[in-house]
Design a protein around this ligand. Structure first.
Ligand code: PMP
Length: 453
């Protein structure tokens, strides 16, 4: 229902006075979201928008799921909090369920956010090497443009300069290598001449840093927030072999790619690799409640168990694995399984691929990259020079989508002058009508842009 204009003004006034918005100190006129249903959200003026980014790549099952709310309420009435220094039923059930999804044997450590999950991964990796007689193995290799979180270690792993400046020094020991960015290959190759120099760069970094000093490699299966960079299909398997060669752990950040977003349960399953550690958050609960997890391979965990006297993992997390959040995650995974949303995600991506094909001819579209149902449209000034589209052009497209009722995202602003990738990552539960709406809106907005020149 629409909100009275006076109430709205009062809310905005309080917002301006009291709320510090993410990514900005001053957001004078924020959109105030009031409710949501399926793939749609409604603001306090009653305007409806298709939530084309499912929040921040997270509301995988869509908004307004009563069964999740009921599961949370039910759990709150049983026991809302129990520590994981002990155990509780929802955590036990969820850890077992995640093992089914992971197709392998993993121990699950629960925490609260994607950043937390990555911090846990770094600490476990360092402790693993430490107690296996290799205490000097402490560094991590990650890629430029990758985002791994906002805490000092996770930001250290992040390869996006503009997020780090002003906050340094961050966690130390993180080295960055060029990403697998095929559209602008850092090694000047094309798809035809590619010899996976981007994977070789990881091996070089390990050798040049000294393999005795490297604990792990952290990567997303596809760099999402840093530009939707889909690698060559041989990249992840090559990185897996490099890690094996140098006793370096492979940590796969599935915070965005997990839980069906990629068209498989987890992103790495598209490439047939088995990570040593998998980190997850967002789609784990479809953002209905904060929860994250770090899955550690059974082999790695066993080495902790064998060294009983010294192997405590010294990391306490008051809210991590909260029973309500675990119950919410179970209800969320149940919906994804029951409604076949992993398969649905792949279908959404196929519809994008097929029906947005004509956009490839648009002068300002450099490349369309799709992974499962996540899509990045790299915008350029022209297809030959590949100069990134101007901020004005990108902003105009985003606002044009919004005026037609479609919320899209933008990224790539990891490097000054590059804020030129439109992103879409709608709920996996999006209906045929929702998907048609997204496609038709994009086609119409791009066609108007072409007329405008
Ligand atoms: N890893 C990746 C790949 C992410 O995209 C994010 C968040 N966008 C994080 C980690 C950090 O997650 P959180 O915001 O929950 O700390």
């Amino acid at each position: 229902d629409d909100v009275d204009p006076l109430v709205k003004e009062e809310l905005l006034e309080k917002d301006r006075k009291y709320v510090w918005h993410h990514m900005s100190a001053h957001n004078e006129n924020p959109m105030i979201i009031a409710s949501g249903e399926g793939s749609w959200v409604t603001d306090i003026d009653g305007n409806r928008y298709l939530d084309g980014m499912s929040g921040l790549w997270c509301v995988n099952v869509g908004h307004g799921r009563r069964e999740i709310a009921e599961a949370a309420a039910d759990q709150m009435m049983k026991i809302a909090y129990a520590t994981l220094v002990q155990s509780h039923i929802p955590a036990i059930e969820l850890a077992a369920k995640l093992n089914e999804w992971l197709e392998g044997e993993y121990r699950i450590f629960f925490s609260n956010s994607g950043s937390d999950a990555n911090e846990v991964a770094f600490k476990i990796a360092r402790q693993y090497h430490h107690q296996n007689g290799k205490p000097s193995k402490h560094k991590f290799i990650s890629r430029h443009r990758a985002y791994h979180g906002n805490s000092m270690g996770a930001l250290g792993a992040t390869g996006q300069a503009q997020r780090k400046l002003k906050y340094e020094p961050l966690g130390v020991g993180f080295q960055h290598v060029p990403p697998p960015y095929c559209y602008r290959c850092p090694f000047g190759q094309t798809k035809e001449t590619c010899s996976l120099q981007c994977a070789q760069a990881i091996e070089n970094a390990i050798v040049w840093e000294g393999a005795d000093s490297v604990a792990g490699v952290i990567l997303e299966p596809v760099i999402t927030g840093g530009g939707m960079l889909v690698p060559h299909e041989g990249y992840l398997p090559a990185v897996r072999s490099i890690c094996d060669k140098y006793d370096v752990l492979l940590i796969v950040d599935e915070v965005i790619c997990g839980f069906g977003r990629s068209g498989k349960p987890f992103g790495h399953q598209n490439y047939g690799v088995r990570p040593d550690i998998v980190t997850m958050a967002k789609g784990l609960t479809s953002a209905y409640s904060p929860l994250s997890a770090t899955a550690v391979s059974a082999e790695l965990y066993d080495s902790f168990k064998e060294k009983e006297a010294t192997s405590h993992f010294r990391h306490v997390n008051t809210f991590g694995g909260n029973p309500v959040s675990c119950k919410v995650a179970l209800a969320n995974l149940d919906i994804i399984e029951r409604e076949g949303l992993v398969e649905r995600s792949a279908e959404i991506g196929q519809a994008f691929r097929a029906r947005l094909e004509p956009l490839n001819a648009h002068p300002h579209v450099g490349e369309i990259r799709i992974f499962g149902s996540a899509m990045g449209i790299e915008l350029v000034e022209d297809q030959i020079s590949k100069i990134p589209a101007s901020v004005e052009r990108v902003t105009h497209l985003i606002l044009a989508c919004k005026s037609k009722g479609l919320l899209v995202g933008k990224n790539g602003d990891t490097v000054p002058g590059y804020a030129n990738i439109l992103t879409l990552s709608p709920p996996l539960s999006s209906t045929e009508d929702d998907v048609n709406f997204i496609i038709e809106t994009l086609l119409s907005v791009f066609s108007n842009e072409q007329e405008k020149g």
